[in-house]
Ligand binder design. Structure first.
Ligand code: OSB
Ligand code: MG
Length: 371
Protein backbone atom coordinates (compact mmCIF):
# COMPACT_ATOMS: atom_id res chain seq x y z
CA UNK A 1 0.00 0.00 0.00
CA UNK A 2 1.46 3.31 -1.10
CA UNK A 3 0.15 6.81 -0.53
CA UNK A 4 -0.66 8.18 -3.97
CA UNK A 5 -1.84 11.67 -3.06
CA UNK A 6 -1.88 14.15 -0.22
CA UNK A 7 -4.24 17.10 -0.07
CA UNK A 8 -3.37 20.06 2.12
CA UNK A 9 -6.32 22.31 2.94
CA UNK A 10 -6.03 25.56 4.83
CA UNK A 11 -9.15 26.13 6.90
CA UNK A 12 -10.41 28.99 9.01
CA UNK A 13 -13.01 28.10 11.63
CA UNK A 14 -14.56 30.75 13.88
CA UNK A 15 -14.41 29.88 17.59
CA UNK A 16 -17.66 30.07 19.57
CA UNK A 17 -15.92 32.68 21.73
CA UNK A 18 -12.43 34.16 21.84
CA UNK A 19 -9.83 32.03 23.66
CA UNK A 20 -7.30 34.14 25.56
CA UNK A 21 -4.10 32.77 27.07
CA UNK A 22 -0.99 34.40 28.51
CA UNK A 23 0.40 34.61 24.96
CA UNK A 24 -2.56 36.03 23.05
CA UNK A 25 -6.18 35.83 21.92
CA UNK A 26 -7.56 33.50 19.26
CA UNK A 27 -10.89 34.32 17.62
CA UNK A 28 -10.70 32.22 14.49
CA UNK A 29 -8.57 29.15 14.25
CA UNK A 30 -6.66 28.95 10.99
CA UNK A 31 -4.99 25.57 10.48
CA UNK A 32 -4.03 22.90 7.97
CA UNK A 33 -6.00 19.74 7.30
CA UNK A 34 -4.20 16.80 5.71
CA UNK A 35 -5.85 14.07 3.67
CA UNK A 36 -3.71 11.15 2.53
CA UNK A 37 -5.12 8.75 -0.05
CA UNK A 38 -4.17 5.49 -1.73
CA UNK A 39 -4.91 4.35 -5.27
CA UNK A 40 -7.41 1.86 -3.91
CA UNK A 41 -9.52 4.73 -2.60
CA UNK A 42 -8.58 4.52 1.08
CA UNK A 43 -8.09 7.79 2.95
CA UNK A 44 -6.65 9.07 6.21
CA UNK A 45 -7.17 12.44 7.91
CA UNK A 46 -4.88 14.60 9.99
CA UNK A 47 -4.80 18.12 11.35
CA UNK A 48 -1.90 20.44 12.04
CA UNK A 49 -2.24 22.37 15.32
CA UNK A 50 0.15 25.18 14.37
CA UNK A 51 -1.51 28.61 14.51
CA UNK A 52 -0.93 31.68 12.34
CA UNK A 53 1.53 33.18 14.83
CA UNK A 54 4.32 31.26 16.59
CA UNK A 55 3.12 32.11 20.12
CA UNK A 56 2.59 28.75 21.80
CA UNK A 57 5.67 27.30 20.12
CA UNK A 58 7.98 28.28 17.28
CA UNK A 59 5.86 26.64 14.57
CA UNK A 60 3.24 28.49 12.55
CA UNK A 61 0.83 27.69 9.71
CA UNK A 62 3.41 29.04 7.26
CA UNK A 63 6.35 27.00 8.59
CA UNK A 64 4.21 23.85 8.75
CA UNK A 65 2.90 24.42 5.22
CA UNK A 66 6.44 24.77 3.89
CA UNK A 67 7.71 21.78 5.86
CA UNK A 68 4.86 19.57 4.65
CA UNK A 69 4.93 20.71 1.02
CA UNK A 70 8.68 20.82 0.51
CA UNK A 71 10.01 18.08 2.79
CA UNK A 72 7.56 15.78 4.58
CA UNK A 73 5.13 14.97 1.77
CA UNK A 74 7.98 14.17 -0.70
CA UNK A 75 9.57 12.05 2.04
CA UNK A 76 6.30 10.18 2.54
CA UNK A 77 6.01 9.50 -1.22
CA UNK A 78 9.42 7.81 -1.08
CA UNK A 79 8.42 5.29 1.57
CA UNK A 80 7.66 1.79 0.26
CA UNK A 81 5.54 0.96 3.26
CA UNK A 82 4.18 4.24 4.65
CA UNK A 83 3.37 3.16 8.20
CA UNK A 84 3.24 5.92 10.83
CA UNK A 85 6.36 4.35 12.40
CA UNK A 86 8.32 4.35 9.12
CA UNK A 87 7.30 7.94 8.46
CA UNK A 88 8.26 9.06 11.98
CA UNK A 89 11.63 7.35 11.74
CA UNK A 90 12.37 8.92 8.36
CA UNK A 91 11.19 12.36 9.50
CA UNK A 92 13.55 12.34 12.49
CA UNK A 93 16.38 13.61 10.32
CA UNK A 94 14.62 16.97 10.22
CA UNK A 95 14.87 18.81 13.52
CA UNK A 96 11.82 20.18 15.28
CA UNK A 97 8.78 20.94 13.13
CA UNK A 98 6.84 18.51 15.27
CA UNK A 99 3.38 19.86 14.54
CA UNK A 100 3.98 19.45 10.82
CA UNK A 101 5.27 15.90 11.39
CA UNK A 102 2.32 15.05 13.64
CA UNK A 103 -0.22 16.13 11.01
CA UNK A 104 1.03 13.46 8.58
CA UNK A 105 1.80 10.84 11.21
CA UNK A 106 -1.76 10.91 12.56
CA UNK A 107 -3.23 10.80 9.04
CA UNK A 108 -1.20 7.60 8.47
CA UNK A 109 -2.58 6.16 11.71
CA UNK A 110 -6.11 6.87 10.52
CA UNK A 111 -5.33 5.35 7.11
CA UNK A 112 -3.91 2.16 8.61
CA UNK A 113 -6.76 1.70 11.06
CA UNK A 114 -9.34 2.17 8.27
CA UNK A 115 -7.44 -0.30 6.13
CA UNK A 116 -7.77 -2.87 8.93
CA UNK A 117 -11.38 -1.83 9.47
CA UNK A 118 -10.63 -1.08 13.11
CA UNK A 119 -11.17 1.98 15.22
CA UNK A 120 -8.04 4.06 15.76
CA UNK A 121 -8.51 3.58 19.49
CA UNK A 122 -8.39 -0.23 19.16
CA UNK A 123 -5.57 -0.02 16.62
CA UNK A 124 -3.31 1.74 19.14
CA UNK A 125 -4.33 -0.49 22.04
CA UNK A 126 -7.05 1.68 23.59
CA UNK A 127 -9.21 -0.05 26.17
CA UNK A 128 -11.70 2.57 27.30
CA UNK A 129 -15.02 3.26 25.63
CA UNK A 130 -15.28 6.70 27.30
CA UNK A 131 -12.54 9.11 28.30
CA UNK A 132 -12.61 11.54 31.23
CA UNK A 133 -12.36 15.17 30.15
CA UNK A 134 -12.34 18.68 31.55
CA UNK A 135 -12.47 22.16 30.11
CA UNK A 136 -9.78 24.80 29.65
CA UNK A 137 -11.13 28.29 30.39
CA UNK A 138 -9.44 31.26 28.77
CA UNK A 139 -8.63 34.57 30.43
CA UNK A 140 -11.85 36.61 30.67
CA UNK A 141 -12.41 40.39 30.57
CA UNK A 142 -13.54 40.48 34.23
CA UNK A 143 -13.65 38.21 37.28
CA UNK A 144 -17.49 38.08 37.43
CA UNK A 145 -17.51 37.01 33.76
CA UNK A 146 -15.00 34.25 34.59
CA UNK A 147 -17.09 32.99 37.52
CA UNK A 148 -20.20 32.90 35.30
CA UNK A 149 -18.27 31.13 32.53
CA UNK A 150 -17.05 28.49 34.96
CA UNK A 151 -20.60 28.12 36.30
CA UNK A 152 -21.94 27.43 32.83
CA UNK A 153 -19.30 24.75 32.18
CA UNK A 154 -20.09 23.12 35.53
CA UNK A 155 -23.80 23.18 34.67
CA UNK A 156 -22.97 21.56 31.32
CA UNK A 157 -21.32 18.72 33.26
CA UNK A 158 -17.57 19.36 33.13
CA UNK A 159 -15.93 17.76 36.15
CA UNK A 160 -12.66 19.66 36.25
CA UNK A 161 -11.83 23.21 35.33
CA UNK A 162 -8.48 24.50 34.07
CA UNK A 163 -8.02 28.26 34.30
CA UNK A 164 -5.55 30.06 32.10
CA UNK A 165 -3.44 32.39 34.28
CA UNK A 166 -0.68 34.95 33.88
CA UNK A 167 0.94 37.62 36.07
CA UNK A 168 -1.93 39.94 36.98
CA UNK A 169 -4.60 37.31 36.32
CA UNK A 170 -4.03 34.69 38.99
CA UNK A 171 -4.68 34.96 42.75
CA UNK A 172 -7.81 37.14 42.39
CA UNK A 173 -9.62 35.17 39.65
CA UNK A 174 -8.53 31.77 41.02
CA UNK A 175 -9.66 32.84 44.52
CA UNK A 176 -13.01 34.07 43.20
CA UNK A 177 -13.68 30.78 41.42
CA UNK A 178 -12.63 28.79 44.50
CA UNK A 179 -14.90 30.82 46.82
CA UNK A 180 -17.88 30.36 44.51
CA UNK A 181 -17.20 26.63 44.00
CA UNK A 182 -15.50 25.26 47.13
CA UNK A 183 -15.35 21.63 45.97
CA UNK A 184 -14.45 21.61 42.28
CA UNK A 185 -11.20 20.21 40.90
CA UNK A 186 -9.27 23.27 39.80
CA UNK A 187 -6.15 23.36 37.61
CA UNK A 188 -4.22 26.35 36.25
CA UNK A 189 -2.05 26.78 33.15
CA UNK A 190 0.31 29.74 32.60
CA UNK A 191 1.88 28.79 29.24
CA UNK A 192 5.34 29.90 30.43
CA UNK A 193 4.23 33.40 31.46
CA UNK A 194 6.01 33.79 34.83
CA UNK A 195 9.49 35.12 35.52
CA UNK A 196 11.15 32.81 38.09
CA UNK A 197 10.91 35.47 40.84
CA UNK A 198 7.15 34.73 41.01
CA UNK A 199 7.82 31.22 42.32
CA UNK A 200 6.82 31.76 45.94
CA UNK A 201 3.77 33.83 45.11
CA UNK A 202 2.51 31.11 42.72
CA UNK A 203 3.01 28.52 45.46
CA UNK A 204 1.13 30.71 47.96
CA UNK A 205 -2.04 31.22 45.92
CA UNK A 206 -2.04 27.68 44.53
CA UNK A 207 -1.92 26.27 48.08
CA UNK A 208 -4.43 28.77 49.46
CA UNK A 209 -7.02 28.03 46.77
CA UNK A 210 -6.37 24.28 46.68
CA UNK A 211 -5.26 24.18 43.05
CA UNK A 212 -4.73 20.51 42.19
CA UNK A 213 -2.31 21.13 39.33
CA UNK A 214 -0.09 24.00 38.14
CA UNK A 215 0.89 23.74 34.46
CA UNK A 216 3.98 25.24 32.84
CA UNK A 217 4.41 28.43 34.90
CA UNK A 218 7.99 29.08 33.64
CA UNK A 219 9.67 29.08 30.24
CA UNK A 220 10.29 25.80 28.51
CA UNK A 221 13.98 25.56 29.44
CA UNK A 222 13.42 26.36 33.15
CA UNK A 223 13.67 22.80 34.44
CA UNK A 224 15.26 23.86 37.75
CA UNK A 225 12.57 26.40 38.54
CA UNK A 226 9.83 23.85 37.84
CA UNK A 227 11.61 21.34 40.08
CA UNK A 228 11.84 23.93 42.85
CA UNK A 229 8.11 24.66 42.65
CA UNK A 230 7.29 20.94 42.55
CA UNK A 231 9.32 20.21 45.70
CA UNK A 232 6.98 19.16 48.54
CA UNK A 233 4.11 20.93 46.80
CA UNK A 234 0.57 19.76 47.64
CA UNK A 235 -0.29 20.22 43.94
CA UNK A 236 0.98 18.41 40.85
CA UNK A 237 3.48 20.31 38.73
CA UNK A 238 2.53 19.70 35.11
CA UNK A 239 4.85 20.24 32.17
CA UNK A 240 3.49 20.99 28.71
CA UNK A 241 5.84 23.07 26.50
CA UNK A 242 9.01 21.78 28.26
CA UNK A 243 8.53 18.19 27.13
CA UNK A 244 8.92 17.78 23.38
CA UNK A 245 10.74 14.43 23.09
CA UNK A 246 12.25 11.51 24.98
CA UNK A 247 15.32 13.36 26.23
CA UNK A 248 13.46 16.42 27.52
CA UNK A 249 11.18 14.05 29.43
CA UNK A 250 14.16 12.13 30.86
CA UNK A 251 15.77 15.36 32.05
CA UNK A 252 12.54 16.58 33.66
CA UNK A 253 12.01 13.23 35.40
CA UNK A 254 15.59 13.11 36.66
CA UNK A 255 15.26 16.64 38.04
CA UNK A 256 11.84 15.84 39.58
CA UNK A 257 10.47 18.81 37.67
CA UNK A 258 7.35 16.99 36.49
CA UNK A 259 4.62 15.30 38.54
CA UNK A 260 1.99 15.38 35.78
CA UNK A 261 2.59 15.17 32.05
CA UNK A 262 0.49 16.96 29.43
CA UNK A 263 0.86 14.96 26.21
CA UNK A 264 -0.11 16.78 23.05
CA UNK A 265 0.11 14.80 19.86
CA UNK A 266 1.00 18.04 18.05
CA UNK A 267 3.72 19.20 20.41
CA UNK A 268 5.62 15.90 20.43
CA UNK A 269 5.23 15.05 16.74
CA UNK A 270 2.71 12.24 16.66
CA UNK A 271 0.54 9.62 18.34
CA UNK A 272 3.30 7.03 18.54
CA UNK A 273 5.74 9.36 20.29
CA UNK A 274 2.99 10.65 22.59
CA UNK A 275 2.04 7.17 23.69
CA UNK A 276 5.70 6.30 24.29
CA UNK A 277 6.22 9.38 26.44
CA UNK A 278 3.15 8.61 28.54
CA UNK A 279 4.34 5.03 29.07
CA UNK A 280 7.76 6.28 30.12
CA UNK A 281 6.18 8.74 32.57
CA UNK A 282 3.95 6.00 34.00
CA UNK A 283 7.04 3.87 34.76
CA UNK A 284 8.30 6.81 36.82
CA UNK A 285 4.85 6.98 38.51
CA UNK A 286 4.06 10.28 36.79
CA UNK A 287 0.46 10.41 35.53
CA UNK A 288 -0.27 11.64 32.00
CA UNK A 289 -3.25 13.27 30.35
CA UNK A 290 -4.03 14.38 26.82
CA UNK A 291 -3.77 18.10 26.14
CA UNK A 292 -5.57 19.96 23.37
CA UNK A 293 -4.90 22.79 20.93
CA UNK A 294 -8.52 23.76 20.17
CA UNK A 295 -8.51 21.14 17.42
CA UNK A 296 -11.42 20.60 15.07
CA UNK A 297 -13.17 17.24 15.23
CA UNK A 298 -10.37 15.68 13.16
CA UNK A 299 -7.57 16.41 15.62
CA UNK A 300 -9.91 15.85 18.56
CA UNK A 301 -10.82 12.36 17.36
CA UNK A 302 -7.11 11.48 17.31
CA UNK A 303 -6.71 12.94 20.80
CA UNK A 304 -9.70 10.98 22.10
CA UNK A 305 -8.23 7.74 20.70
CA UNK A 306 -4.93 8.50 22.46
CA UNK A 307 -6.75 9.24 25.71
CA UNK A 308 -8.42 5.82 25.53
CA UNK A 309 -5.05 4.07 26.07
CA UNK A 310 -3.88 2.86 29.48
CA UNK A 311 -1.21 5.41 30.50
CA UNK A 312 -3.63 8.33 30.32
CA UNK A 313 -5.15 8.57 33.78
CA UNK A 314 -6.01 12.23 34.37
CA UNK A 315 -8.91 14.06 32.65
CA UNK A 316 -8.01 15.36 29.17
CA UNK A 317 -8.30 18.90 27.77
CA UNK A 318 -10.86 17.64 25.26
CA UNK A 319 -14.26 19.21 25.38
CA UNK A 320 -17.47 18.79 23.40
CA UNK A 321 -17.61 20.23 19.87
CA UNK A 322 -19.95 23.05 20.93
CA UNK A 323 -17.36 24.39 23.39
CA UNK A 324 -15.14 25.24 20.41
CA UNK A 325 -17.12 25.53 17.17
CA UNK A 326 -20.69 26.13 16.11
CA UNK A 327 -20.06 24.01 13.07
CA UNK A 328 -17.34 21.34 13.36
CA UNK A 329 -15.57 19.66 10.45
CA UNK A 330 -16.71 16.22 11.57
CA UNK A 331 -19.96 14.44 12.23
CA UNK A 332 -21.34 13.38 14.64
CA UNK A 333 -20.25 16.15 16.98
CA UNK A 334 -18.50 15.21 20.22
CA UNK A 335 -20.97 15.58 23.07
CA UNK A 336 -20.36 15.57 26.81
CA UNK A 337 -21.56 12.33 28.41
CA UNK A 338 -22.13 11.16 31.97
CA UNK A 339 -19.36 11.73 34.49
CA UNK A 340 -17.63 14.41 32.36
CA UNK A 341 -16.65 12.03 29.55
CA UNK A 342 -16.48 11.85 25.78
CA UNK A 343 -17.39 8.65 24.00
CA UNK A 344 -14.60 7.01 22.01
CA UNK A 345 -15.82 6.58 18.40
CA UNK A 346 -16.11 2.93 17.42
CA UNK A 347 -16.17 3.23 13.61
CA UNK A 348 -13.11 2.57 11.41
CA UNK A 349 -10.18 4.97 11.85
CA UNK A 350 -10.96 8.17 13.70
CA UNK A 351 -14.58 7.01 13.65
CA UNK A 352 -16.13 10.35 12.69
CA UNK A 353 -16.95 11.58 9.18
CA UNK A 354 -15.28 14.65 7.73
CA UNK A 355 -18.15 16.75 6.35
CA UNK A 356 -17.11 17.86 2.89
CA UNK A 357 -19.64 20.69 2.75
CA UNK A 358 -18.35 22.25 5.98
CA UNK A 359 -14.73 21.74 4.99
CA UNK A 360 -15.28 23.48 1.65
CA UNK A 361 -17.21 26.31 3.26
CA UNK A 362 -14.32 27.18 5.60
CA UNK A 363 -11.49 26.36 3.22
CA UNK A 364 -9.23 29.26 2.21
CA UNK A 365 -6.69 27.35 0.12
CA UNK A 366 -6.09 23.83 -1.12
CA UNK A 367 -3.21 22.06 -2.81
CA UNK A 368 -2.95 18.45 -3.93
CA UNK A 369 0.36 16.60 -4.17
CA UNK A 370 0.73 13.42 -6.23
CA UNK A 371 3.33 10.71 -5.89
O1 OSB B 1 -1.52 25.11 26.87
O2 OSB B 1 -3.06 23.66 26.85
C1 OSB B 1 -2.55 24.67 26.36
C2 OSB B 1 -4.83 25.93 23.54
C3 OSB B 1 -3.91 26.51 22.70
C4 OSB B 1 -2.59 26.51 23.07
C5 OSB B 1 -2.19 25.96 24.26
C6 OSB B 1 -3.09 25.34 25.11
C7 OSB B 1 -4.46 25.36 24.75
C8 OSB B 1 -5.52 24.81 25.59
C9 OSB B 1 -6.74 24.33 24.86
O3 OSB B 1 -5.51 24.84 26.80
C10 OSB B 1 -7.34 23.10 25.44
C11 OSB B 1 -8.37 22.52 24.49
O4 OSB B 1 -8.07 22.27 23.31
O5 OSB B 1 -9.49 22.31 24.97
MG1 MG C 1 -0.73 23.97 28.53
Amino acid sequence: MRVSSVRLDEVELPLVEPFETSFGVERNRRFLVVRVATRSGLEGWGECAAAVDPLYSSESVATARWMLAERLIPLLFHLKDPTPEAFSAAARRYRGNRMAKAALEIALHDLRARNKNRSLSKAIGGRRSRVAVGVSVGIQPTIPKLVRRVGRYLDAGYGRIKLKVRPGWDAAPVGAVRREYPDIELWVDANQAYPIRYLSSIRAWAVKYRVAQVEQPFTERSIRAHAELARRAPFRLCLDESVVDESSLEDALAARAVTSLNVKVARVGGLGIGLGLARRAARARVPSWVGGMLESGIGRAHNVALASTAPFVLPADLSASDRYYREDLTDPPFALGPGSTLEVPRGPGIGVQVVDRVLRKHRRASRTFRA
